[in-house]
Design a binder for this molecule. Structure first.
Ligand SMILES: [Zn+2]
Length: 199
C-alpha cells in the first residue's frame, strides 16, 4: 500500500473508520467532535477508568497519560491534567508535579519500547494556538527517529502508521508496568497508581 494511496471517498465502512490508518490533518476537527459526544475528551477519559478503550497508559492522582487516537506518528502520547483546567498558571503544585511526572514516565517508556532519537513536545494553549480541546491542558509527545518523515505528512496530508493503536497501547502499557514495578509503593501512597493495573 502506498503512503499516497488516499481514497477519494470512503469505499466501505472499513475505509470510513480509517482501518488504513491514514493521517489527514483536515479530518482532525470532526474526528475530535465525533469522539467526544459528551463534551471534553480529557474529562471523560479521566472519569471513565476504561483504560484499554480510552488508550490510557498510566494514571496519577492529578494527571493521566494516554495515546493520541489520531496520531502524528506511532506512539504519539498525551499527558493531561485530571481536572478541567486550561493553563499551567491554573494548576496546583500537585497537579504540575503529576503532569511532569507522567511526562518523565512517557519518555522512559518510549525509550524502553521504541528507542526514539528525539521527541517533539507540543503544548497548544487556546483555540488560536491549535488546541483541539482548549479548555483542558494537555501536552503532546511525538517520538521521532532519524530519517522519519518530519513534516512532509503535513504537506502531503496523508501518511501510513505502521502499528495499530491497540498494539502500541499494549507495548507501552507493559513497558510502564515494568518501569513502575520497583517504585510503585511511593506513588501508591497518594492513590495515584490505582489505575495502573486496570484494564
Ligand atoms: Zn476537561
Amino acid at each position: 500500500m502506498s503512503a499516497r494511496a488516499t481514497p477519494r471517498r470512503p469505499r466501505s465502512p472499513r475505509a470510513a473508520v480509517g482501518l488504513d490508518r491514514l493521517w489527514a490533518p483536515w479530518r482532525m476537527a470532526w474526528l475530535a467532535k465525533a469522539d467526544a459526544p459528551h463534551g471534553c475528551l480529557f474529562c471523560r477519559v479521566a472519569a471513565a477508568r476504561a483504560d484499554r478503550r480510552d488508550l490510557v497508559l498510566a494514571r496519577r492522582a492529578d494527571a493521566v497519560l494516554m495515546l493520541n487516537r489520531y496520531p502524528y506518528a506511532s506512539a504519539h502520547l498525551m499527558v493531561a491534567v485530571r481536572r478541567h483546567a486550561a493553563r499551567f498558571r491554573d494548576l496546583r503544585p500537585a497537579e504540575r508535579s503529576d503532569v511532569l511526572d507522567l511526562v518523565s514516565l512517557a519518555e522512559r517508556a518510549l525509550d524502553a519500547e521504541y528507542a526514539p532519537h528525539g521527541v517533539n513536545y507540543g503544548l497548544n494553549v487556546g483555540r488560536v494556538a491549535g488546541a483541539g480541546f482548549p479548555g483542558h491542558l494537555h501536552m503532546h509527545l511525538v517520538p521521532r527517529w532519524d530519517g522519519d518523515t518530519n513534516f512532509m505528512p503535513a504537506i502531503a496530508q496523508t501518511r501510513v502508521l505502521p502499528e495499530a493503536l491497540a498494539d502500541t497501547w499494549a507495548r507501552l502499557r507493559n513497558a510502564i508496568t515494568s518501569l513502575e514495578r520497583p517504585s510503585r509503593s511511593k506513588r501508591s501512597a497518594r492513590g495515584g497508581a490505582r489505575g495502573a493495573t486496570q484494564r
